[in-house]
Design a protein around this ligand. Structure first.
Ligand code: PGA
Length: 251
């Protein structure tokens, strides 16, 4: 009942022309896929050009971050109405790189989630523990903190417009993927957590993505887990061929 969602997070990569070339190739490779939600998240500068390429296709547009205010004296920021205006349907919020390098907290994530929802953008909320936290048995506490902090105050309907992406920090860009069992364990923990605050029905409907070194070689077994409903892909989304293979494994 949950449509798999495969999203490519390009991070700080691709000029406009490179992004257009990648998206043009991807569009051709995934043209026949209709049972997977396919998303690309280019840097802000390439959003408009990529949106023109995907017009009328089965690929959706996401930004990689958003600011919580609509407008004003906030130099360097981009707001939810601006992302809506450029054609975004999704926005990644609270990625571990933003938490690690740019001071993102559960509170700022929550503000951004609410700002996105106010403009009918669907937040992809990232949560995940660091290696040391896993090794000291804190994984569930950290995940609970990130999830409950990020979605605080959301109604059932609002939560259902969100995607939660579990991304263990130690697996991001390291080539070290969580095993399918490790991913499933945390995903099932998140679903259980949501059942406590929301209804079992809402928890069952919510899409939970896994992220962290997802590659064509490991995507199928990760996605075969009962509570893994998709993937948030970094490195392997920078080439059409590898990303298209991951999309195919969601079918
Ligand atoms: P990776 O990045 O696939 O390069 O590990 C995943 C992410 O950060 O979303």
């Amino acid at each position: 009942m949950r449509t798999p969602i495969i999203a490519g997070n390009w991070k700080l990569n691709k000029t406009i022309s490179e992004g257009v070339a990648l998206t043009t190739a991807l569009k051709a490779s995934v043209a026949d896929v209709n049972d997977v939600e396919i998303i690309v998240a280019p840097p802000f500068t390439a959003l408009a050009a990529v949106n023109a390429v995907i017009a009328g296709s089965n690929i959706r547009l996401s930004a990689q971050d958003v600011y919580s205010e609509d407008s004003g004296a906030f130099t360097g920021e981009v707001s939810a109405p601006m992302l809506k205006d450029v054609g975004c349907e999704y926005v990644i919020i609270g990625h571990s790189e933003r938490r690690q390098y740019f001071g993102e907290t559960n509170d700022s994530v929550n503000e951004k989630v609410k700002a996105a929802l106010a403009y009918e953008l669907k937040p992809i909320i990232c949560v995940g523990e660091q290696l040391e936290e896993r090794e000291t048995g804190q994984t569930e506490a950290i995940i609970e903190d990130h999830v409950t902090g990020g979605i605080a105050g959301l109604s059932d309907a609002e939560l259902l417009s969100c995607v939660i992406a579990y991304e263990p920090v130690w697996a991001i860009g390291t080539g070290k993927t969580a095993t399918p069992a490790q991913a499933q364990e945390v995903h099932s923990f998140i679903r259980g957590l949501l059942t406590k605050t929301y209804s079992a029905d809402v928890a069952l409907q919510l899409c939970l993505q896994y992220g962290g070194s997802v590659k064509p070689e490991n995507a199928s077994e990760l996605m075969a887990q009962p509570d893994v409903d998709g993937a948030l892909v970094g490195g392997a989304s920078l080439e059409a061929e590898s990303f298209a293979k991951i999309v195919a494994s969601g079918q």
